[in-house]
Design a protein around this ligand. Structure first.
Ligand code: BES
Ligand code: MN
Ligand code: MN
Length: 463
């Protein structure tokens, strides 16, 4: 629909680089100023695109940026959601270029070049594609329906304040469909639409033993070592078959039909490439399930971080007073994240020895989500990818989580279409995160098709 001139491409990239240069890390208060700066930048970008009623809404946490273009109340309304906050760039020393100084480099997977920066794929470039798509539609007088934008700054830390904002603004946010580009496609030759997200329960364990770090000679062998205890607890959470050993963990897990599992098996998946791309000798996981199944339709448990004791230079003989671990559980449809968090807590307390004190904190969580494929939103996305990539998109259940999506359904009674353009190899949350230029321009091409297809299908259905 929109073929960009070389000049326009250049202009877009230089604008985008300004956005990527702002270190809008939501998790760390030392970046708060930059988070506000990113919200400001976005609000200006939205206004420049032709959006009306653009506002920066302050919350108890980071601000939400809102804008809308309402052309006719009889026409359908698309609510675009995204996030301008990014993950911390650490470990910085593993980046080949500075995380907040974007550069374009060619890679094997992105021969046309990719933009390297924290937040490139997740989710700044994908948000920017939506703004530019809207700008182009408004400029060419071809915006077919109403649109509302809601871009938040706390997705990476659990969207707590967005939930409050949505509950208090049900009318303002009323829409026919929610559109999000914060996921990916299989690869640049095989487009796909994400039809499921996993739920999440994120926990922290703190094990306390003696009231201070002890000399490991004077005390070694006489008291429980919190790190040893923590390791023992963790080693009991999963067995060698990849099964999570928490009583009740699998109670409500949705079991997929053979038909649905066959569909998953038909989606292109190159196991050797998978292994090679992350540098592992082999995969592992729950017995009886394929790798694509293990990362989509099955729940799992992983330690995300573990610390305690002496980790500085050289050796220090010490029994630590405290050991900590952060543990996440990825959940699937019908598991309730609050219930899972609570059975996790009970189980840990049950198996912990009486020689230590164990404290458990729930960080955040959310439900899994499944997009139906028999509605006009999905159909519109399907046709949009088909047109821009020249290939029918696969429906793929994803392993990541966007907890606000099931929340939208609950509060706004509205379905979400997950039209992402990133690749798994784009290294989101990792050093050297990037986003392909091909993907960037494809996004700008595909999104307007969605608007047009959706409006057309909506009219056929309701007019
Ligand atoms: N955009 C990701 C989620 C994602 C990426 C889903 C790719 C599917 C494919 C999102 O920003 C994210 O990182 N979510 C977190 C959860 C959040 C509560 C911190 C996640 O999945 O770990
Ligand atoms: Mn994201
Ligand atoms: Mn993320």
């Amino acid at each position: 629909m929109f073929k960009l001139s070389k000049n326009k491409e250049k202009q877009y990239l230089s604008e985008l680089f300004e956005f990527l240069k702002i270190p809008s890390v939501s998790a760390d208060p030392k970046y708060n100023k930059s988070v506000n700066k990113a919200a400001n930048w976005l609000s200006k970008s939205l206004s420049n695109s032709g959006c009306n009623n653009v506002e920066i809404i302050n919350t108890d946490g980071h601000p939400i940026v809102y804008g809308e273009k309402i052309i006719d109340s009889k026409l359908p309304t698309i609510l675009v959601y995204g996030h301008y906050d990014v993950q911390p760039p650490d470990p910085i020393e593993l980046w080949d270029s500075s995380p907040f100084d974007p550069v374009i480099k060619k890679t094997d997977i992105h021969p046309q070049g990719a933009i390297f920066a924290r937040g490139a794929c997740d989710d700044k470039v994908q948000v920017y594609m939506h703004i530019k798509s809207l700008e182009l539609m408004i400029a060419k007088n071809s915006l077919p329906c109403n649109v509302k934008f809601m871009i938040e700054g706390e997705e990476e830390i659990g969207s707590n304040n967005l939930e409050i904002f949505v509950s208090n603004n049900l009318d303002k946010l009323k829409a026919d469909i929610i559109l999000i580009s914060d996921t990916g496609i299989i690869n640049n030759k095989n487009p796909s639409i994400t039809t499921a997200l996993r739920g999440l329960s994120y926990m922290e364990i703190k094990v306390t033993g003696p009231n201070r770090d002890l000399h490991s000679g004077l005390y070694g062998g006489t008291v429980a070592n919190p790190i040893n205890v923590l390791c023992e607890i963790i080693s009991k959470l999963k067995d060698s078959k990849g099964t999570v050993n928490i009583p009740g963990f699998y109670e409500n897990v949705q079991i997929l039909s053979i038909d649905e599992r066959e569909k998953i098996a038909k989606v292109p998946f190159d196991k050797d490439l998978f292994k090679k791309s992350i540098g592992v000798k082999d995969t592992e996981g729950e017995i009886g399930f394929s790798t694509p199944e293990r990362k989509s339709i099955r729940p799992t448990l992983d330690v995300n971080g573990i610390w305690g004791g002496y980790i500085g230079e050289g050796a220090k003989t010490v029994i630590p007073s405290i050991a900590n671990a952060k543990i996440s559980m990825r959940l699937v449809p019908n598991q309730n994240w609050k219930k899972i968090s609570s059975i996790f807590e009970n189980h840990i307390q049950n198996i912990a020895p009486k020689t230590v004190r164990v404290e458990i904190t729930t960080h955040h969580g959310g439900q899994a989500y499944v997009t139906p494929t028999n509605n006009i939103g999905y159909k519109a996305a399907h046709l949009a990818y088909k047109k821009s990539f020249g290939k029918v998109p696969f429906a793929v259940r994803d392993g990541g989580s966007i907890p606000i999506v099931p929340m939208f359904e609950e509060l706004l009674n509205c379905k979400t279409i997950l039209m992402g353009f990133g690749l798994d190899s784009d290294a989101i949350h990792s050093p050297n995160e990037h986003f392909g230029l091909f993907n960037f321009f494809k996004g700008i091409e595909t999104i307007p098709y969605f608007y047009h297809n959706y409006t057309k299908l909506y009219k056929e259905k309701y007019f």
